[in-house]
Structure formats: C-alpha cells, structure tokens
Ligand binder design. Sequence first.
Ligand SMILES: Nc1ncnc2c1ncn2[C@@H]1O[C@H](COP(=O)(O)OP(=O)(O)OP(=O)(O)O)[C@@H](O)[C@H]1O
Length: 241
Amino acid sequence: MSAEPSPVVPTSIAPKGAVLRLEGIQRRYVQGEGTLEILRGVDFSVMEGQSVALVAPSGTGKSTLLHVAGLLEHQDAGEVFIAGAGTAGLPDSERTRIRRTEIGFVYQFHHLLPEFSALENVMLPQMIRGLSKREAAARAKELLSYLGLAKRLDHRPAELSGGEQQRVAIARAVANAPRVLLADEPTGNLDPHTADHVFHALSQLVEATGLAAIIATHNLALAARMHRRVTLQDGLVVELA
Ligand SMILES: Nc1ncnc2c1ncn2[C@@H]1O[C@H](COP(=O)(O)OP(=O)(O)OP(=O)(O)O)[C@@H](O)[C@H]1O
C-alpha cells in the first residue's frame, strides 16, 4: 500500500515562522441600506519576534483588523491562522480558548480592574486559565519587574501613573505567554515622553519573548522603530517602507 504523499502547505498560506496569518480576510458592516466594505481580502503574516506598526487614517479599519485577527470578531470571508492552525469554523468555546492562551490585547485605555493591585491584575488571567495562585504570582512578579514595576506591585491602578498603568496592562496581556500581541493605540493616551517609555518596554518584550505583534498607532516616530510598517488602503494591507 503506497502512503499518501504529505500535503504540501503553500508558503503563501503558512510562511515559515508565521505566527499570525490572515488569508483573504473580508469584513463588511451593513449600515441601514448600504454596506461598508472595510476589509476586502487582506493577506498578511507576522513572524515570530516581529513587531508590525499598523499606521492608517481614522476609520480605515485598524480596530476591525485587530478584532478579526484576535478572534474577537468574525470575518465575512477568509481565514485567520494562529501558529499554522486555521480557525475558520471553530466553535465559540474554542475561539475563546485560543484567544485566552495565544493572544494578548492592549488597548488605548488600560482597562485594569480598579479594586485589584498591579500584581493581582496580572495574576488574574493566569488564574482564570487554571494556574495556582503561587504560580500566577511568581510570573506576575517576574513580568512586572521586567517592565520596571518591581516597586509598584501592591499599587492599585489609581495609585499608578499613566505610563505605569499601561505597563501593567502590557504585563497582563502577556501573562499567559501568548504567541500574538495585538495593541490598539497603546500609547494614544500618553504624553510623548511616557509613550516613548511604554513603547520601548513593549518592543523589548516582543524581542525577548518572540511574540508576533501588531501595534496600531498614529505615532509615526514610534512606528519607525518597529520591524515593519503597514497601512490599510482600500481595504487591503499595504507594506510601507
Ligand atoms: N459595528 C459596526 N457597524 C457599522 N460600522 C462599523 C462598525 N464598526 C466599525 N464600523 C465602521 O467601520 C470603519 C472602520 O472602523 P475601525 O474602528 O476599524 O477604524 P479605525 O481605523 O480603527 O479607526 P480609528 O483610528 O478612528 O480608531 C469605520 O468607518 C466605522 O464607522
């Protein structure tokens, strides 16, 4: 009996090292009588340890792209591959599991829980995932120290500066060691100096952990420091110099 030849995966679908791959992603919103075609067949990959700045005018679909890539929103066509595995047709419970374990999100506003300390905020996603309190605390301490917050572990969000709050949010996003980090204007609410500091911390973390990161930002100076820059043009991702 002859063995079936192993299927060859086209490199266009799963380039070596692509942690995140969007293939033919379409997303439209029906609005009253009309339809807004926001994403029109996005093909886009991010490799391990690579940071990509997504720089595009307001309303072009940056958040939509991040939500689809992060399995928060369903696309109308196309497929999202995480670490080579397709996600089309998965039940919501499986999408949630992948989102919790493989994807970290950072937003413009920190969304930390106000009644919990920095340490507890970073422990929480790990405990939801089933880690013991001890394990979660150890990793949370390690991450917060790496991000320069060793002396702020017991501070509640209101007792932290804006930059510190955002660094806690970054620590929380990577607490479960995801492979993908999606950040939507993570420094949009910070003054230039603090934004620079937070961005530096984020970049270091991407390099150190081998995350694949997409960071939507309007800050061109910060975007210039990422590995790649892309924009959205007519519903497609276009590489910038
Ligand atoms: N649920 C929705 N229903 C209808 N239209 C929507 C919906 N969500 C987003 N849109 C529209 O889709 C377009 C893209 O929105 P999106 O939030 O992705 O843009 P963005 O590039 O992130 O913008 P910004 O930089 O201002 O945050 C916008 O014109 C928006 O009005």
